[in-house]
Design a protein around this ligand. Structure first.
Ligand code: 5GP
Length: 140
């Protein structure tokens, strides 16, 4: 298995506009969009615009930029879904649970007593779009 960055990964294609995504937020260094297999209502992803596989090869600048955006979007998502909390997931390499090899942070709005759904089920695109709009409306 190679541990170099592959610019044909799905998130690199999203960044280049080669495949569509439901954008939530972006700044010069990061992009946030909805996960199409959501495990919670409002599940979205924050990625750096510059290449790196995951947290292990990321620069301090990439990590800091992502965390700035995570903080902004997580607060908006908590407000948008009237959530009790937020869970952040971040996986590194296949053995660590990573499937897409471009650094990303999962934002999950959480409600007391409701578990995170298992991975791998495609969401309803109309619901995902509506959820993106809810988060956008709650952004500062
Ligand atoms: P990982 O296990 O690598 O942290 O998670 C990758 C995430 O990317 C999964 O939650 C999966 O649902 C999501 N994903 C995979 N393909 C696509 C896609 O084409 N578009 C979007 N928006 N998300 C994707």
């Amino acid at each position: 298995m190679s541990d170099s960055y592959d610019d044909q990964n799905i998130f690199a294609k999203i960044l280049r506009g080669e495949i569509p995504s439901f954008k939530v937020y972006e700044d010069d260094e990061t992009y946030c969009f909805m996960d199409i297999m959501p495990r919670t209502e409002g599940h979205c992803l924050v990625i750096p615009k510059t290449p790196c596989r995951n947290m292990l090869d990321a620069t301090p600048e990439q990590l800091a930029a992502c965390m700035r955006t995570v903080n902004i979007v997580a607060n908006a998502a908590k407000t948008a879904f009237d959530a009790d909390g937020v869970t952040l997931f971040q996986f590194n390499e296949a053995a660590g649970g990573q499937e897409v090899f471009h650094l990303h942070f999962h934002i999950h709005p959480r409600h007391e007593g409701i578990t995170i759904r298992p991975p791998g089920t495609m969401g309803d695109m109309d619901v995902i779009k509506a959820n993106a709009d809810r988060i956008i409306a709650a952004l500062p």
